[in-house]
Design a protein around this ligand. Structure first.
Ligand code: 5AD
Length: 516
């Protein structure tokens, strides 16, 4: 699963919309329309929280929808223990973002209201990420605010997600103001844990990883009015030696095909035209129902739902990547021409130490299969530099693989040893300086590749789903099916529309053009 990272070019403010709790009585389509129109007014007035629009979102902070509902205040009148308002902040990958959307569904279902400032919330939640040390530290800096003086008095503070799972009940000692610690494998228990908090219990936890259940919610509060996330598989059974995820998200468990299809149809009824299927290893999905569909069949069935215009899926693991996925993309124009296939390293020796389960050559065979597709499929990847034992030659192999594949986007990271992983004992041999040098070299190479690839698109016309508008520049911004960002002169009315845009210029991270 890719981590959340901002786009470097095209910093259009992304203003997430929220289901107004008062609007539950509206028809879903009307609800989506009101989301989009209130987003437009937020953009025009420059109000609302700022969030970079990107392939990867940075953080999401709970806000009330501007101008629709009176902002609930903290609740001095609440009966003892009653939690009336909540604030949630999310760090990490799309899975975390979507988990937070579902957690909010649980809270809204209990009659709680979101607030945009943690100071005004009865319940403050941090949904955390521990993929690298830096990400894991973020929650502790947030919690530091509650240590000073009387900060957070009267509030219930909870930590969710991967750091919660990793630290477990030690959290209560490290951060005594924390009352709730819950890992993602235990979210189904959240209603019960919230009951306990309301009953006055000040240390409750959900930390069992022993589950075969997925987190199903009746209500989900989706933040992005254009792209609906839909989880199809949770957890991870791989044992990549660098990765903390199997220890924090629990065993792999797939949702049945009929539940996934029913949710996808519901999303279309609500007005969504783009769905992104999510899983730590999305293509390891195995249908637990009697239909026994393959992942490629599931993609096809979702792509065929009337009203769907774009289906994406992330993250695929090369080990499970089979040609029928490419055949499904060939057969369904609604399956986006975009695949994220993390390679991690271009050196077979490093891949073996990472326990990735493929060689450089096997990975390149999968790429070859993707390159033979009828449409040009946009390719992105994740790379780790400076894994233990990575020699200069190993690193050169990664650079040569990048030159060979010519990815459209690369997410690259310095290796960060993680607790309880198989590689932890081997330490961090390379040191920060050398890792930073290698990362900079790799990123410069990729910048040149992206610039070249994007410039080759000048003159082509793409179907762009408009997701934002930059008031200052008078520019609309959206995405092509390849997930490329496209800017063009437009108006706020364009938001939410699919428009044909002819490309006239390109940078390494985005395209510019004009309505065709
Ligand atoms: N150090 C650095 N990067 C890591 N990733 C996962 N674990 C680590 C780690 N310990 C990267 C991988 C993965 C992406 C989500 O984060 O590239 O695909």
């Amino acid at each position: 699963m890719r981590p959340l990272r901002p786009l470097r070019l095209c910093m259009t403010p992304f203003i997430p919309l929220w289901n107004n709790p008062e609007s539950k009585a509206q028809s879903p389509k009307a609800n989506l329309k009101s989301k989009i129109s209130s987003r437009k007014s937020a953009i025009l007035s420059g109000s609302g929280p700022r969030q970079q629009m990107g392939n990867e979102l940075v953080q999401i902070t709970a806000v009330s929808q501007p101008g629709l509902a009176a902002e609930p205040q903290s609740s001095p009148d609440a009966s003892p223990g009653e939690l009336k308002t909540f604030y949630i902040e999310t760090f990490g990958c799309q899975m975390n973002v979507h988990d937070s959307e579902k957690v909010q569904g649980v809270l809204l279902g209990r009659g709680m209201k979101p607030v945009e400032d943690h100071a005004r919330a009865d319940l403050v939640l941090y949904n955390t990420c521990s993929i690298r040390e830096k990400a894991a530290q973020k929650v502790f800096s947030r919690l530091g605010a509650f240590r000073k003086g009387n900060g957070g008095a009267g509030k219930v503070i909870g930590v969710l997600g991967c750091v919660a799972q990793q630290e477990g009940e030690r959290f209560f000692d490290r951060a005594p103001r924390v009352s709730l610690v819950c890992g993602s494998a235990s979210y189904a228990k959240l209603p019960h844990l919230l009951d306990e908090l309301e009953a006055g219990n000040r240390r409750v936890s959900g930390l069992s990883l022993d589950t075969d259940e997925c987190f199903e919610t009746e209500l989900t509060r989706r933040d992005n009015p254009f792209r609906a996330y839909l989880t199809i598989i949770e957890g991870c059974d791989q044992r990549c030696s660098f990765c903390v995820v199997p220890m924090t998200r629990g065993p792999q468990r797939s949702r049945p095909s009929e539940k996934i299809l029913a949710e996808a149809r519901r999303l279309v009824d609500e007005g969504y035209t783009e769905i992104q299927l999510l899983g730590q290893i999305v293509n390891a999905w195995q249908d637990p129902s009697s239909a026994r569909w393959s992942f490629a069949e599931l993609l096809s069935r979702v792509a065929e739902i009337p009203g769907i215009r774009r289906v994406r899926f992330t993250t695929s693991h090369p080990r499970f990547f089979s040609p029928d996925i490419v055949q499904a993309i060939d057969a369904h124009s609604t399956l986006c021409d975009q695949i994220h296939l993390p390679v991690q390293s271009g050196s077979t020796a490093v891949l073996a130490r990472m326990l990735r389960g493929y060689t450089r050559e096997e990975y390149l065979e999968k790429i070859h299969c993707i390159r033979k597709a009828r449409r040009t499929i946009s390719l992105s990847t994740d790379v780790i530099v400076g894994f233990y034992g990575e020699t200069r030659q190993d690193f050169e192999q990664t650079l040569s693989l990048m030159k060979e594949v010519e990815y459209d986007q690369v997410f690259s990271f310095k290796y960060s040893p993680r607790p309880n992983t198989l590689a932890e004992a081997n330490g961090d041999a390379l040191g920060e300086e050398e890792k930073a040098r290698r990362l900079a070299q790799l990123q410069e190479l990729q910048r040149q590749i992206q610039l070249r690839r994007n410039q080759a698109l000048v003159g082509e016309t793409f179907d762009v789903l408009v997701e934002g508008y930059q008031v200052r520049l008078g520019q609309a911004v959206g995405r092509a099916t390849t997930n490329r960002v496209v800017n063009f002169p437009g108006s706020p009315e364009d938001i939410g529309r699919y428009l044909a845009v002819k490309v006239s210029g390109a940078g390494p991270n985005s395209l510019v053009g004009a309505r065709a």
